[in-house]
Design a protein around this ligand. Structure first.
Ligand code: CUA
Length: 438
């Protein structure tokens, strides 16, 4: 085949100029780009964040060099080896160049091995178990995170017990409370699909994996240690984000890490008040229910004007007391509400998917458990939502356990909260088929 440029490529002065300009632009470009990184990245709020950011810089620099190298060569080729006007023939044909091919295989291979080693080191360092985790008042307690479409729930299995000997569990809803220097070690479990617990400021992210609920799901761990950030006012707040597309409410699945300045402030401002509130609930079950229901994640899916809830994933709770008695034949209003909360899969409101978290003790081993007394209080509160109420709360302490026995096949006792005089008493009922409080 006739070829107008049989002499092969030669380096023209134009190509040298282009190459020089390209080099200059690359250096300036990478530097300019890197100057934005601190703006893009959130503050380094954990001990782990420095090494993660260092890895990020290494990746950016290598990626930047490769990008500019390839784009630059492309540009040089287009300009320096452009066909002369009127030349419509094919260019010269080249066959393999073993040396070149070996070089361009070995260099990327070395880069990838280097990145793998560096990444692996940082990963193992940051995710390694630490010695004293979740230290609260001298004890290492367990902190559980439950992910359910579409909310996070944090629970603290304290080392405190109520007068009847039941372990006190603090439910702090979508907020994780911690303090500077605490080695946080979270146990994560999902109630439905895969979620991903991501705290950008801490540079940590961990998936929640579905598993057999009978075996406590398939828990994963997440570890980090908050550090002081200069110029930050405390308690400092950092967003928790779901980083795994889990449904139409994925974008709303958020929470907050609240970091106190030290352990004593953590105890004074969060821990002790939370325990006090559990040990001294309002005497009136309706008032208790109003407090309890806000500890759970109901607001992420339901409308309830009384509490300012506006989410639409689940059915509206406005006027629930008026219609709850008509949902399931044979179930009274208070029974229906209780069964639906305990395990919403028992009955589904037409037009809605089964997406609600379950709270009964047979569902999950560790987190998100609602005691029968909490359930009773929440039912009492919801039974006030409507122009009129079909609920019979007079007998609910026996009718609700009976309905639970019928539907789920196990016994629960509700032994406080009756007659509105229960403030002095303490919760002591436990589900027979599972540990209702732990
Ligand atoms: Cu949970 Cu996205």
């Amino acid at each position: 085949m006739q070829n107008s440029r049989s002499s092969g490529p030669s380096i023209s002065p134009a190509a040298v100029v282009v190459a020089a300009v390209f080099l200059l632009v690359s250096v300036i470009g990478i530097n300019w780009f890197l100057s934005f990184v601190p703006v893009v990245l959130p503050e380094q709020a954990s001990a782990e964040s420095k090494s993660v950011d260092e890895l990020f810089y290494i990746l950016m620099i290598i990626g930047g060099v490769v990008f500019f190298l390839i784009q630059g060569m492309l540009l040089i080729s287009v300009i320096a080896f452009r066909a002369p006007p009127g030349d419509t023939g094919d260019g010269p044909t080249y066959h393999g160049n073993p040396l070149l091919e070996i070089v361009w295989t070995i260099i990327p291979a070395l880069v990838i091995v280097f990145l793998a080693v560096v990444s692996y080191n940082i990963w193992t360092q940051n995710s390694a178990p630490k010695a004293s985790v979740n230290m609260v008042d001298g004890a290492s307690i367990k902190i559980n995170v439950t992910g359910a479409r579409y909310a996070w729930t944090h629970t603290y299995a304290t080392e405190r017990f109520d007068p009847d000997g039941a372990q006190i569990i603090i439910n702090s809803g979508a907020d994780l409370h911690t303090y500077i220097g605490q080695n946080v070690d979270l146990t994560l479990q999902t109630q439905d699909v895969i979620h991903s617990y991501w705290v950008p400021a801490m540079r940590v992210k961990q998936d929640l994996l579905p598993g057999d609920p009978a075996q406590g799901g398939r828990p994963t761990q997440l570890r980090f240690t908050p550090v002081r950030v200069d110029g930050k006012t405390y308690p400092a707040e950092y967003p928790i984000v779901c980083a795994e597309l889990c449904g139409d409410g994925h974008g709303r699945m958020r929470g907050t890490v609240i970091v106190y300045e030290d352990e004593s402030r953590f105890l004074d401002q969060f821990y002790e008040p939370a325990i006090h509130a559990i040990l001294n609930p309002p005497a009136d079950p309706i008032l208790r229910g109003e407090v309890e229901i806000q500890n759970y994640i109901c607001n992420s899916c339901h409308i309830l004007d009384s509490l300012g809830w506006t989410a639409t994933t689940g059915p509206s709770l406005n006027g629930i007391a008026e219609r709850a008695g008509e949902r399931v034949p044979g179930q009274s209003a208070e029974e229906y509400i209780a069964i639906s909360i305990w395990n919403s899969g028992a009955f589904r409101v037409p037009g809605y998917d089964q997406q609600m978290a379950a709270f009964g003790p047979d569902v999950m081993e560790t987190a998100n458990i609602m005691s029968p007394e909490q359930l009773y209080s929440i039912v009492a509160y919801l039974c006030t939502q409507g122009e009129h109420s079909d609920c019979d709360m007079e007998n609910a302490s026996t009718s609700i356990p009976a309905a639970i026995q019928t539907v789920f096949g196990y016994e629960v006792d509700i032994t406080f909260g009756l007659d509105g005089d229960a403030g002095a008493e303490t919760p002591d009922a436990e589900a027979e088929s599972g540990d209702g409080s732990a």
